[in-house]
Design a protein around this ligand. Structure first.
Ligand code: CP3
Length: 318
C-alpha cells in the first residue's frame, strides 16, 4: 500500500509524538521501526522504506521545512537559472547516508521475510515542489517556467536526475530489492508536454537503473499518459484508480501493472472492500498485476479496514 507507514497507524502516531517528521526520517532506528510497523500490523507483502521523496532536494542544498500540519515547504524556491546554481549534485553517502543506514537495518530485521522497496520522486514531481516552494493547486510557477524557458527548466530537471541516480543506486547498494518512482504531478502535463519535459530526465534514471532491481513507475492522474508510459523502459507501470485496469491494458498491452484500488474505498464497509478487491483483481487479469492502492492510504483509514484489504487479496491467492 502506498504510504503504508504513516498516520492511520496509532503506533506511527505514537512515535511521531516524540519526533518531528524530518528527525524521524534522519534517525535510522526510528525510520526502520516505522518501516516495519505495517509489515507486522497489517501483513503487507513488502516493506516500503520510510523516507520522503523530497529528501534528496535538501541534500542538493535546498532548505526543506516540514511545518506542523502544513506539509513540506521550501522557503527559498528555485525559479530561475541563477537559482539552479545554488544546487549541487551531492555526495549521497555523506548527505543521505541516514536513508541507506535505515535500509540496512530494515533488511537485517526482516531477515528475508518480505522484500524491501526503496523509492524516489521523478524529476518533474520533485521540481514541482522545489519551484513552487510547497504543494500547490495550480503549480503556476512551475508551468510558467515550462513555457517561458523550457531549456532552463531542463537544466534543473537534469540535475535532479543525476542526484536521483546516485541516490537510487545508494539504496540498491544498501539493500533495496525494488524501486518505485513517484510522479505525483506528471498528470498536470498533456501527453505531448510530458514527453517533452518529464520524460527525458525520467528516461535517464530508468536507463541508469535498468538491469539492477525492478523499477516501478507510478503516475497520479495519468490516464491520458498511458501511450507514453507504454514505451518507458521500466518493469512495472503503476496507475491510480481512475481508469480500470482492463482499459489500461488496452493501451499498454501485456506490461506488468500495479494498482489500482481506490484508497477512499478503504473508508467504506469491509464487505464492500472485499467486493471491490475481487473486482480489481478480475480487471487486472490478462498480464502481471501487483495489487496496490491507486495513491496513498488516507490518514483516517481504520486499521482493520487496511487489514481487511490485505487479507482479501491474500485469500484470493493473488
Ligand atoms: O509508507 C510509505 O509509503 C513510505 C513513506 C513515504 C512518505 N512519503 C512518508 C510521509 C513515501 C513513499 C512518500 C512519498 C511522497 N512524499 C510523495 C509521493 C507520493 C504521493 O503521495 O504522491 C510526495 C508527493 C511526498 C511529499 C510529501 N511528504 C507531502 C506532500 C507531504 C505532506 C502531505 C501529507 O500527507 O502529510 C509529506 C509528508 C509525509 N511523508 C508524511 C509521511 C508519513 C506525513 C508526515 C507526518 O507524519 O506528519
Amino acid at each position: 500500500m502506498m504510504r503504508q507507514a504513516g498516520r492511520y497507524l496509532p503506533e506511527y502516531r505514537a512515535i511521531r509524538e516524540k519526533a518531528d517528521f524530518l528527525t524521524l526520517c534522519k534517525t535510522p532506528e526510528l525510520a526502520a521501526e516505522v518501516t516495519l510497523q505495517p509489515v507486522r500490523l497489517v501483513g503487507v507483502d513488502a516493506a516500503i522504506l520510510f523516507a520522503d521523496i523530497l529528501l534528496p532536494l535538501e541534500a542538493m542544498g535546498a532548505e526543506l521545512v516540514f511545518a506542523k500540519g502544513d506539509g513540506p515547504t521550501f522557503p527559498h524556491p528555485v525559479r530561475t537559472r541563477q537559482d539552479i546554481d545554488r544546487l549541487r549534485v551531492p555526495d549521497v553517502e555523506e548527505s543521505l547516508g541516514y536513508v541507506f543506514n535505515a535500509l540496512r537495518l530494515v533488511r537485517r530485521e526482516l531477515d528475508g521475510q518480505v522484500p524491501v522497496i526503496g523509492f524516489g520522486g521523478t524529476p518533474w514531481t520533485l521540481a514541482a515542489y522545489l519551484v513552487e516552494g510547497s504543494g500547490s493547486k495550480d503549480y503556476g510557477h512551475l508551468l510558467a517556467w515550462s513555457y517561458e524557458d523550457p531549456a532552463g527548466l531542463a537544466v534543473l530537471l537534469d540535475r535532479i536526475a543525476d542526484t536521483s541516480i546516485a541516490y537510487l543506486k545508494g539504496q540498491i547498494a544498501a539493500g533495496a530489492q525494488a524501486l518505485q518512482l513517484f510522479d505525483t504531478w506528471g498528470g498536470l502535463l498533456s501527453l505531448e508536454r510530458w514527453r517533452a519535459l518529464a520524460l527525458p530526465p525520467l528516461r535517464k534514471i530508468a536507463d541508469a537503473i535498468r538491469g539492477t532491481v525492478p523499477l516501478i513507475y507510478y503516475v497520479n492522474g495519468g490516464g491520458h499518459l498511458l501511450e507514453g508510459m507504454r514505451d518507458l523502459p521500466v518493469d512495472v507501470l503503476s496507475v491510480d484508480w481512475r481508469v480500470p485496469l482492463s482499459k489500461v491494458r488496452q493501451v499498454v498491452g501485456d506490461r506488468v501493472l500495479q494498482g489500482n484500488f481506490d484508497p477512499a474505498a478503504l473508508l467504506g464497509p469491509i464487505p464492500e472492500i472485499e467486493r471491490l478487491v475481487a473486482r480489481v483483481l478480475e480487471e487486472g487479469k490478462g498480464g502481471g498485476h501487483i495489487m496496490n492502492l491507486g495513491h496513498g492510504i488516507l490518514p483516517r483509514t481504520p486499521v482493520d479496514h487496511a487489514r481487511a484489504f490485505v487479507n482479501a487479496v491474500k485469500r484470493s491467492g493473488g
